[in-house]
Design a protein around this ligand. Structure first.
Ligand SMILES: [Zn+2]
Length: 349
């Protein structure tokens, strides 16, 4: 995202609640702000319904522009002598922006311009001239910032683990009956896909824990990471064989088409090693909703994780998780796959 679209400014809870009162969006944040002080006191891990930087208000938007654009004209608020605060002006709105020692930008206070008459914002904050502590970020502001950072890192780790598991499923699909193992969340997770009769295959997942206290992550939330088998009822449990240290295993039946689809995605990762350059032969998304399309395993993984649209081999935009089984394979995707295979393997073997 371009630098100037980044949201970095944290508005203090005092400023949000008192100065901007009920003008802040989105709605769920506006509602939460009414009780945030009590909620934070009652729950040491309380988080607002959205990251604080996503608070919406005209002065917050303007403050983000000033904070992220190095070339922006920054005008000091001379009335505040104990810190270097910057004027934020938009319409008749005025605010004070300040960057702390750690580089975090804070919107300290906001008000309206009233032509130097009583109630004019920059006149009002003159009373904090020598000591702006009453409008500075509080312990609660800093605590919320630390919690949001920790939560963000946890989500990041969760997404990375999820991508590894989907990747293991793709590798397992590529080589039938092989075991594909990844280390995630303190366990070694193994995936195996064994062809069965009548167009079916058995998808097995097993795990062993490095640390016992990690085991409550399993199995449900890990099984739910398997694309197309995210309904827990689709799985059966196989206990460890007695007198052996074989792992706990869960399994489910999947269709051979599904396995094939996963295998092709994994194969495309290999065929398109520098494949960001791949251009569809006849780019078209005509009638694309009636076909099941092919895409690289790496971007399919991304699509499962985020639900975002990805570009299939034929150029169509698709949402990966609803697209693999119900429809015939897209002829343009199939043509491209055949072409890629023949380029890799000119003898046609
Ligand atoms: Zn296609």
């Amino acid at each position: 995202m371009p630098e100037q679209d980044k949201r970095v400014v944290r508005t203090t809870l005092r400023c949000l609640r008192q100065d901007l009162a009920q003008e802040v969006g989105p709605d769920e944040l506006k509602v939460a702000l009414r009780t945030v002080v009590d909620d934070m006191a009652a729950d040491p891990t309380y988080l607002l319904p959205c990251p604080l930087v996503d608070a919406e208000h005209a002065v917050i938007e303007k403050a983000n522009l000033l904070a992220t654009d190095e070339a922006a004209h920054r005008e000091r608020i001379e009335a505040l002598t104990d810190r270097y605060a910057i004027k934020v002006k938009t319409g008749d709105r005025r605010a004070a922006l300040w960057q702390d020692e750690d580089g975090t930008w804070w919107l300290l206070a906001a008000g309206r311009r009233k032509n130097d008459t009583a109630g004019d914002f920059y006149r009002e904050i003159e009373r904090f001239s020598a000591d702006a502590t009453p409008i500075a970020p509080t312990d609660d502001d800093y605590r919320l910032q630390r919690l949001e950072t920790a939560y963000e890192e946890e989500c990041e780790a969760e997404r990375a683990g999820h991508a590894e598991i989907v990747g293991a499923v793709l590798s397992a699909a590529r080589v039938p009956a092989s075991i594909s193992t990844v280390d995630v969340f303190g366990a070694a997770v193994s995936v195996r896909i064994v062809p069965d009769e009548a167009g079916l295959a058995v998808l097995e997942m097993s795990w062993e824990f490095a640390e016992f206290d990690q085991q409550d992550r399993f199995p449900m939330d890990v099984l739910a990471m398997v694309p197309g088998r995210d309904d827990i009822d689709a799985w059966d449990y196989l206990p460890p064989r007695s007198n052996s240290d074989s792992p706990h295993t869960w399994y489910t039946y999947v269709t051979a088409e599904w396995v094939d689809h996963m295998a092709t995605s994994a194969e495309l990762d290999e065929l398109l090693t520098n494949g960001d350059d791949w251009q569809p032969v006849n780019p078209s998304s005509d009638g694309s909703e009636h076909y099941s399309h092919l895409a690289k395993g790496s971007i399919v993984t991304l699509a499962y994780l985020t639900g975002i649209e990805i570009t299939a081999l034929c150029g169509a935009s698709i949402v990966a998780h609803r697209d693999y089984e119900r429809f015939p394979v897209c002829p343009t995707c199939q043509e491209s796959l055949t072409l890629l295979r023949s380029l890799r393997n000119p003898e046609g073997a």
